[in-house]
Design a protein around this ligand. Structure first.
Ligand code: SF4
Ligand code: SF4
Length: 70
């Protein structure tokens, strides 16, 4: 399976409203390509993503049991 990248984080977490604005992805990105946009209150990509997958791995947003909560 290909490594996850920022697009996966955006599609699976941020765009689904699961981002808690914790900022962890911004801090862990090894190439520093994620910027936290305080106006939108979400992380945005501001440079080239190398698809290392770290941001997706550390994001706690995916742990939220959305279906159970509904
Ligand atoms: S790690 Fe996940 S929950 Fe935290 S700011 Fe990044 S996308 Fe949002
Ligand atoms: S380089 Fe890695 S940590 Fe940074 S946005 Fe891309 S996949 Fe996420």
């Amino acid at each position: 399976m290909a490594s996850k990248n920022f697009s996966d984080l955006k599609k699976n977490i941020i765009d689904k409203g699961l981002c808690t604005s914790c900022g962890t992805c911004v801090g862990v990105c090894p190439v520093g390509c994620i910027h936290f946009d305080y106006d939108q209150e979400e992380p945005v990509l501001e440079d080239s993503c190398t698809s290392c997958g770290v941001c997706f791995q550390v994001c706690p947003g995916g742990e939220i049991p959305l279906l159970e909560m509904e």
